[in-house]
Design a protein around this ligand. Structure first.
Ligand code: ZN
Length: 229
């Protein structure tokens, strides 16, 4: 059946999600050139990511894989993941991230991976939750199970764009709840989202999880908004 996939490739060539060049048979989603210059988070910024949560919610560890910067061609990856109906690219990048993180103690003790839930109406509109595709990539590499039924997001996602910093935090306070009959006692949850900006929504979700006895929370996001270059 190889000739069929060759023919499909010829008519609808697969293209790099970043630069748009036609991909070779060995390449998946991203061409080798773009992969080589993928804007991975530099070591000295890893602490900034953890600092986002300091004084807001007690977490074990937090990390991101790549930068999300104004004007970067790599933002196309996040766009594809969220809006272009190609969420598989998120799984692909998350697998790459997980392989690198396996060399550290990041995954030690984590019992479940939980994608940050979307509200029901938003998920219906988009057709999927992009964070689930990221969670899938992490789970494929680590073998840690994903739990998508654990949390619900109670109120519709109101757009955050025109709100100031304080309003954003107030807007997402107490919007998550744990679905019964689950208990998070003694669990260590890895909470997963696509892009870390203010961290307000992640904090809200982690705070709810932390109300359970000895429930630890770590955070992974695929990208981290940074415009300080
Ligand atoms: Zn490319």
């Amino acid at each position: 059946m190889k000739w069929i996939s060759d023919l499909i490739d010829l008519i609808f060539p697969r293209r790099c999600a970043v630069c748009g060049e036609v991909l070779s048979r060995q390449e998946r989603y991203i061409c080798l050139n773009c992969l080589y210059t993928l804007p991975k988070i530099e070591a000295h910024h890893k602490i900034d990511i953890e600092q986002t949560f300091w004084g807001k919610v007690d977490i074990e560890r937090a990390t991101s894989f790549m930068y999300y910067r104004k004007g970067s061609p790599y933002n196309a990856l996040m766009h594809k993941l969220k809006y272009n109906d190609s969420p598989e690219v998120g799984t692909y990048i998350a697998e790459m991230a997980a392989k690198e993180l396996l060399e550290s103690d990041f995954f030690n003790g984590i019992t479940r991976i939980v994608p940050l839930p979307l509200s029901k109406s938003k998920q219906r509109k988009r057709g999927y939750n992009q964070s689930e595709y990221i969670a899938k990539g992490l789970s494929n590499v680590t073998g840690i199970p994903i739990d998508t039924r654990l949390m619900v997001r109670d109120i519709p996602n109101e757009t955050q764009t025109h709100k100031n910093r304080d309003e954003r935090w107030e807007n997402v306070k107490d919007i998550f709840s744990v679905t019964t009959p689950y208990t998070l006692n003694n669990e260590h949850i890895l909470l997963v989202d696509d892009i870390l900006t203010t961290g307000a929504t992640l904090c809200s979700c982690a705070t709810t999880m932390r109300t359970w006895y000895n429930c630890k929370v770590s955070i992974f996001t695929l990208a981290y908004t940074y415009n300080g270059f």
